[in-house]
Design a protein around this ligand. Structure first.
Ligand SMILES: *Cc1c(COP(=O)(O)O)cnc(C)c1O
Length: 412
């Protein structure tokens, strides 16, 4: 039987890379799919739906408010727009032209990344501080709070912070400096789930706005995310994402948008380019509720079982296998497969030496060329390591993955 991809001449792949966008992000639970299917046939007031979403998101994050965005990067875009324009409809209409506005976000050089395009797309400028000095071998300090402070000027709109287990300075230190100057801190926590506790952590540390991806561990649609935080900023962000073709001045926005602070109804805002549909909103909300209620333990248990099945099926192959808890994958269990000891040019004695040893990059390419294709995490391939991430797998995939490895590792 031809599946939906077959109808378009494509074949589905086995994803042992994790919830990456390029492979379609998170698989959706049946409850999420059912909610999206039900919403898809209905008409609903989107502003009111986002206002209800705010209540759900506030309950799960401890933030005063929250909206569903078209991904974490879209959340950065409308969040930055909110920091720069607040409730001024004239400024909203000008973006991404920020002439005459506070348009600068202070950010550590170490926190710069491809996703900060979202901030820049709103018209903001990034003002980099710190010099991590990593490659010299003598770089002992990352950016420090005083450097953020020194970069504040009369064009500063806020600070951008990339959350991560090794992020420096601490968020609390950046918040202290920012708040002393009356400035908001926007936190990119897109990939910081799990643990569930991180839904609240950055708000507790004083962040004014936080974004999370919907399509990663949350298990929501790929093109969904959360922007949560201060009510005024979230309200401004929502305003710049909504369809505002209201003809009459008796426009009654939901309470999340404080109409008394607006001198008129804005035109469509910069966030119209990343609008969110009813299916994404309800899909994200149901996924968020499931993620929160399921808790970390049951999720880890399920991933541990998948890892155990992988270990079992791969055990006969010339690979060094172990289960690690990788910080890059939210501390989840991940199977690490090492092709050879990277410190020696000979294969370990326990392993049959292949005639012409393949590099991990070559093995990953052969796995991708298999039928069905198997995609692994090759981030550490230059250390001859391939990672098998369980988040988009079930234990039932282990056999096909092992068969693909066996074929990929066989000489010739
Ligand atoms: C994945 C990721 C994003 C992008 O998230 P989307 O929801 O795909 O827009 C942004 N920032 C960081 C740090 C990420 O890891």
């Amino acid at each position: 039987m031809t599946d939906i991809f077959g109808r378009f001449g494509l074949a589905r792949v086995i994803n042992a890379t994790g919830t990456v966008t390029r492979l379609g992000a998170s698989p959706l639970h049946a409850d999420v799919i059912a909610a999206m299917a039900e919403a898809a046939t209905a008409s609903i007031d989107i502003a009111e739906l986002q206002s209800r979403a705010s209540v759900v998101i506030a309950g799960c994050t401890g933030a005063a408010a929250g909206i569903v965005t078209a991904g974490a990067t879209a959340g950065l875009l409308v969040g930055a727009a909110a920091c720069m324009t607040r409730f001024d409809p004239a400024k909203m209409g000008l973006l991404p032209d920020t002439t005459g506005m506070r348009n600068e976000f202070v950010v550590s050089r170490t926190h710069r990344n491809s996703y900060d395009h979202g901030i820049r797309a709103a018209g903001a400028r990034l003002i980099e501080v710190g010099l991590p000095d990593r490659l010299t071998g003598c770089g002992v300090r990352d950016a420090e709070a005083w450097e953020y402070d020194a970069a504040i000027g009369d064009r500063t709109a806020g600070m951008l912070y990339l959350a991560g287990s090794r992020s420096r300075p601490t968020l609390a230190d950046v918040v202290r400096v920012a708040h002393a100057a009356g400035l908001p801190v926007l936190v990119d926590a897109a990939a910081e789930l799990p643990p569930v506790a991180n839904l609240r952590r950055f708000i507790e540390d004083g962040a004014d706005l936080v974004v999370f991806s919907g399509g990663k561990a949350l298990g929501g649609p790929s093109a969904s995310g959360i922007l949560c935080g201060r009510r005024d900023l979230v309200g401004s962000a929502l305003l710049q994402q909504l369809d505002l073709d209201y003809v009459s001045d008796d426009w009654q926005p939901p309470s999340l948008i404080d109409k008394t602070r607006l001198r008129g109804i804005p035109r469509h805002g910069i966030g119209r380019s990343c609008k969110v549909g009813k299916e994404q909103i309800v899909g994200l909300l149901v996924a968020l509720q499931r993620f929160t209620q399921a808790g970390d333990a049951s999720r880890n248990q399920q991933f541990a079982e998948t890892c155990a099945a992988l270990m079992h099926h791969l055990s006969g192959l010339p690979l060094q296998l172990r289960i690690i808890h990788d910080a890059g994958h939210g501390g989840l269990p991940v199977v690490e497969a090492t092709l050879r000891d990277p410190t020696s040019s000979v294969a370990p004695a326990a392993m049959p030496a292949p005639t012409a040893p393949l590099s991990a990059v070559q093995v990953a390419a052969r796995l991708r060329a298999a039928v069905p294709a198997v995609h692994v995490d090759a981030t550490n391939a230059d250390h001859e390591v391939l990672l098998l991430v369980p988040t988009c797998l079930t234990a039932a995939d282990a056999g096909a993955i092992a068969a693909a490895f066996a074929a990929a590792l066989s000489p010739g």
